[in-house]
Design a protein around this ligand. Structure first.
Ligand SMILES: Nc1ncnc2c1ncn2[C@@H]1O[C@H](COP(=O)(O)OP(=O)(O)OP(=O)(O)O)[C@@H](O)[C@H]1O
Ligand SMILES: [Mg+2]
Length: 517
């Protein structure tokens, strides 16, 4: 037989172990709801309580977020305005309410409908605020079954208050964490936008500082009408940048017209650029619009502007200044709204000094210069670009070729005189020609495997000098042609010979743009 004191001691032990269990549960996971559900389950097991809910406050509402002994449907219905029903009242006033017998209580809403089955007379309802300092975060409520004899709820209330205060700390912590998480996500989104908006341009790869500067300039200049002068060696991406500027500008919907000033004979340039009237010269059978007219309300990209013959320079200057010109053989003045982007791999300042390029035109063009650095001066981009081209050509060829670390190392040390174009062509060829799944050093073309060139021919020189010279020449020409995408005029420039000379050599050596295996 237990005496009164022993019973009290037993109750205390049970209570303490319940509290211990509860505090453990509250810290058990990052999922607040499931933690709270666990607590309510322990409450019902240890303390002879039947049904329980935790409702949390947000703005002017309290909603049940965890419950024991209720269905999902019933939980969903458990939403109260501040001051509404008992839960709403406790949330509003911040002090507990005990309903000894919910059958007698008009305030009891039974909104959730959870208590249909039990006869209301036998249920007491205990409701305490979950408070952190003086802030009411929510409400803990418990149904307690009792017999017909009167019960004191004093003890239960005391225990519930302790539990509610444990819950308060946990809820507060989760709210803080949630706020932080939201702020973090927002920040991440913001940074992502920033990165996209400021330092990234689709299709143009480059994380080196010098390329980041290029991207920044592109973003700054694109929205304006300013003329842009793109400078850089062959294959550094001038055309790519010109397009990016156009498509990022308010003229994006207009046409992007590209024209290479070195591509056609001088005599045809004028009519190509400005168009001609019918009968302007022999063979001018119909009116033809020139590039400037076609670029109206768009962008005209003049590549190799340094090759513009002196005779045409004043006319270009006039288009830039007055936005007008006449077609060849025409009287009518044509007005155009154009933006000019020019590019050159030559040193315009030298051309100006030599009197080959008009100074006033030079200043007109050079409003915003953007310099594209050679690849060998931003070697940190080589790996990134190789990856990019590898993906591109794997996709195009439905293959999944990889590049060995050794090859990447070679890439990162190579001179890349043809810049990104040469790297792109090299990767494409390697993907197309790959025998296995991994490209190794032996798959590389000779010029990449063995550099510098000197060592390559040294053994031959002693035996047959003329043949060796020819072999070197042929190699060099082929190399230059590959680097410039077989544009003969460019290759000639790279080699320091005239286009006529290179044409002759190509014939003599029987060079063709076929891929070597
Ligand atoms: N940063 C880059 N990211 C991705 N691709 C690039 C980059 N730079 C160049 N390329 C690619 O390299 C090739 C050559 O680029 P582009 O034609 O723009 O060079 P360019 O400076 O105009 O050369 P050229 O003076 O010989 O006309 C293109 O296929 C282009 O897509
Ligand atoms: Mg180009």
């Amino acid at each position: 037989m237990q005496n009164g004191r022993d019973m009290l001691k037993d109750n205390k032990t049970i209570e303490l172990s319940a509290l211990y269990e509860i505090s453990k549960l509250l810290g058990s996971s990052l999922n607040l709801k499931s933690n709270l559900r666990g607590v309510l389950r322990v409450l019902s097991e240890y303390l002879d309580m039947n049904r329980g809910t935790v409702a949390l406050r947000s703005n002017n509402e309290v909603s049940i977020i965890a419950a024991h002994g209720m269905s999902e449907e019933e939980i969903r219905k458990g939403r109260y305005r501040l001051g509404e029903g008992i839960i709403g009242r406790v949330a509003k006033l911040g002090s507990p309410i005990v309903i000894p017998n919910i059958g007698d209580e008009p305030l009891f809403l039974n909104k959730t409908g959870a208590r249909r089955i039990i006869k209301k007379e036998n249920v007491a309802f205990l409701c305490v605020p979950i408070k952190f300092k003086s802030e009411v975060l929510g409400v803990l409520s418990v149904d307690r079954l009792f017999g017909l004899k009167g019960v004191s709820f004093e003890e239960d209330l005391r225990l519930l208050k302790i539990i509610a205060s444990l819950m308060a700390q946990s809820v507060k912590l989760h709210m803080e964490l949630e706020k932080e998480r939201e702020a973090f996500i927002e920040e991440k989104e913001y940074l992502k936008q920033q990165l996209k908006g400021k330092y990234r341009i689709e299709n143009i790869i480059g994380q080196s500082e010098s390329m980041q500067e290029v991207f920044e300039s592109i973003h700054r200049v694109a929205p304006s009408k300013a003329n842009v002068l793109l400078r850089g060696e062959s294959g550094t991406g001038k055309e790519l940048v010109a397009k990016a500027i156009h498509y990022m500008s308010p003229r994006a919907k207009g046409t992007f017209v590209k024209f290479n000033c070195a591509s056609i004979p001088e005599g045809l340039l004028e009519s190509e650029l400005f168009g001609h009237e019918k009968g302007a010269f022999t063979g001018a059978l119909a009116l033809r619009k020139g590039r400037f007219e076609l670029a109206d309300r768009g962008t005209i990209f003049l590549d190799e502007i340094g090759d513009l013959p002196a005779m045409l320079q004043p006319k270009i200057l006039r288009v830039l200044q007055e936005k007008e010109f006449e077609r060849v053989g025409g009287e009518k003045t044509i007005k155009v709204d154009i933006r000019l982007i020019a590019a050159t791999s030559r040193n315009l300042e030298n051309l100006v000094a030599e009197g080959k390029f008009r100074e006033d035109l030079y200043y007109r063009l050079n409003v915003v210069p953007i310099f594209l650095p050679p690849l060998r001066e931003r070697r940190e981009d080589i790996g990134l670009l190789s990856d990019y081209f590898l993906n591109k050509y794997n996709r195009e060829n439905s293959s999944s070729v990889r590049i060995s670390a050794e090859v990447l190392q070679t890439f990162s040390e190579y001179e890349w005189q043809g810049n990104v174009r040469e790297l792109e062509n090299t990767v494409e060829r390697l993907v197309v020609m790959a025998k296995g799944n991994v490209i190794s050093k032996s798959d590389l073309p000779l010029n990449l495997r063995e550099q510098p060139v000197k060592t390559k021919y040294s053994a031959q020189i002693k035996d047959d000098l003329p043949a060796t010279v020819e072999a070197i020449e042929k190699d060099k020409i082929l190399d230059a042609l590959n680097k410039t995408g077989w544009v003969q005029a460019k290759a000639a420039r790279l080699l320091g010979i005239t286009p006529r000379q290179i044409g002759y050599k190509i014939m003599r050596y029987g060079l063709t743009p076929k891929r070597e295996s």
